[in-house]
Design a protein. Structure first.
Length: 549
């Protein structure tokens, strides 16, 4: 199926597209074909994988065969794929790096036990790639960061299973020392190393990016924030070759040659896990670096609204902890700005089932998500509940702190082992300032009813403090600032249309409020000269932390 614009109803809808079935494989006719994985790098370059099996035979009970097919923009074509000998294979996940670099994962059953199955497409044909011999292992998902950095997840008889494919660089052989000669040389004057900026804007939950916007590289949904940032970087452009490049983040994929975003829809923002989101961000950054001049020093700025800010800080947390993501050579994560973002998570059940208030807001903004898994909101609930298991925001801190500082985004959908206690967001941000030179600014609206549903119904919780890290004071480079904008009272759950409008208006006010724009400009300006982030103007320290002595 394809999610596309329907001209008759003037809305986006799922539409069924013709696709091939495995009509004849190894002399078997009338096979059932199941598609279980899909990946897309462009509208004319999509892969789907699955398996074919004799009708009605059931899993593992009779022969099955791997099944792969490719969409070229107009039609699907079945691509031959190998099958392990004396086993029944099943493919469940697929990920693509480029036209000549595609991975598929699943498992094979030999009549006794399951064994993880990995396959690679090199642009010409599929081949089976050996994977570790783990007992009763099944791989159900795969993500490719680059050609030499691929992750697969699933389960085994021992529990969860994570596998990592990477390339180890060979140790270079020592070069023989040349015999000394007396020659006079002229030392050339080295050319100055180019210094560039990459500013990535991350939209929030229930947003979308259509194909036209994606192809043009437009910055969508951030209102006046890009123009504010451009006052700090006057030469900024969406041109991939610009010395200061503006780039829109995609919740779906990015072009492998220059990092331009692929189109995505509002469903992607809700059904993606936070872990998948940071994989996509990590890959998009690496793809964007393919157009940077060799040896250029590049400062990266991440500016996210709503869920986009949570994705940006999750990336920073994983980067600082040395987990799963990495910066390209000569890259520096200069700053992260979060705008009305639930960096401390959301109260359990609020966006998924608690009174249905939050869920109804999301479904009203994105009707196509009805019946779909609310994966990102569920991850944010896990983050919210992590606050009791984390390190204090300060090593000797016993005072009150915002939920955004206490919680840890490291817990979001991560299958690996985390340290105990888990580093809090504040702890990681402070370490990142020292280790990576990253400044941080969190801004939140005290009238944001999406994070204060209590204002709309007395029985609902309030967690406005999810928007803030602990502010370390003027000139510190680590800020948690608030502002107040929009209607100050919520009509309530018995006035759903009015409430939805006010909730949306107040949640988006951060993108155009004058004091916020001034604060962003004042924060960014010193960074251009190599200093830490400046004090964010008229914005005040959030009210959820104890005043520093």
């Amino acid at each position: 199926m394809h999610y596309e614009y329907d001209t008759s109803s003037q809305t986006y809808k799922w539409k069924i597209k013709d696709s091939p079935n495995a009509n004849s494989i190894n002399c078997y006719n009338g096979l059932d074909t199941d598609l279980t994985g899909v990946t897309a790098i462009a509208s004319n370059d999509i892969w789907a994988t699955g398996f074919a099996q004799v009708d009605g035979s059931g899993y593992d009970s009779s022969p099955s065969y791997t099944f792969t097919m490719h969409w070229d923009g107009s039609s699907w074509t079945q691509i031959d794929s190998p099958n392990p000998s004396n086993a029944h294979p099943y493919l469940y996940g697929v990920a693509k790096v480029s036209a000549s670099d595609v991975w598929a994962v699943g498992y094979s059953y030999d009549g006794t036990t399951n064994q993880a199955l990995t396959m690679h497409y090199d642009g010409t044909s599929w081949t089976i790639v050996s994977s570790p011999p783990v007992a009763s292992s099944v791989l159900s998902g795969v993500a490719a960061v680059s050609s030499d950095d691929v992750w697969a997840v699933g389960n085994s008889s021992s529990g969860t299973l994570t596998e990592h494919y990477y390339v180890v660089s060979p140790t270079p052989s020592p070069s023989p020392s040349p015999s000394p000669t007396e020659t006079q040389t002229v030392t050339p004057t080295p050319s100055p190393t180019p210094h560039r900026q990459l500013v990535i804007f991350l939209q929030g939950i229930t947003t979308s990016l259509d194909a036209n916007q994606a192809n043009k590289g437009e910055i969508a949904g951030m209102r006046t924030v890009p123009s504010t940032v451009k006052k700090v970087f006057p030469g900024a452009s969406i041109n991939p070759n610009a010395s200061t490049r503006f780039l829109e983040y995609s919740y779906f994929a990015s072009r492998t040659d220059n990092g331009l975003p692929a189109a995505y829809n509002c469903v992607d923002t809700i059904t993606n896990s936070l872990l998948l989101d940071i994989f996509l961000l990590d890959k998009q950054i690496k793809n964007a670096f393919k157009v940077e001049p060799a040896g250029a020093e590049v400062d990266i700025y991440l500016i996210g609204h709503s869920l986009g800010g949570a994705v940006a800080l999750t990336y920073l947390d994983f980067l600082e902890q040395g987990l799963l993501v990495s910066l390209p050579s000569h890259a520096h994560l200069k700053a992260v700005i979060t705008l009305d973002s639930p960096i401390g998570g959301v109260a359990e059940g609020f966006l998924t089932d608690f009174s249905l208030f939050g869920r109804k807001i999301l479904e009203a903004n994105c009707p196509a998500v009805k019946g779909q898994p609310f994966t990102a909101p569920k991850d944010l609930e896990t983050v919210f509940n992590s606050a009791s298991k984390t390190t204090p925001p300060e090593p000797d801190d016993s005072s009150s702190n915002p939920k955004g500082a206490q919680a840890s985004l490291l817990v979001a959908d991560f299958l690996g082992t985390l340290p105990a206690p888990i580093p809090s967001n504040e702890d990681l941000a402070e370490r990142a300032q020292t280790d990576l030179g990253t400044s941080f600014l969190s801004i939140g609206n005290l009238n944001d009813f999406l994070w204060d549903p209590h204002a709309c119904a007395g029985s609902l919780p309030s967690f406005l403090d999810t928007q803030f890290l602990e502010d370390e004071g003027d000139g510190s480079g680590l800020y948690g600032r608030d502002f107040v904008s929009g209607q100050g009272t919520c009509p309530g759950i018995y006035h759903p249309n009015q409430t939805k409008q006010i909730v949306n208006n107040n949640h988006g006010a951060v993108l155009s409020d004058g004091n916020v724009q001034l604060g962003i400009k004042k924060f960014l300006t010193p960074l251009v000269s190599g200093n830490i982030g400046g004090t964010p103007g008229a914005l005040v320290i959030n009210p959820f932390q104890s005043t520093e002595p």
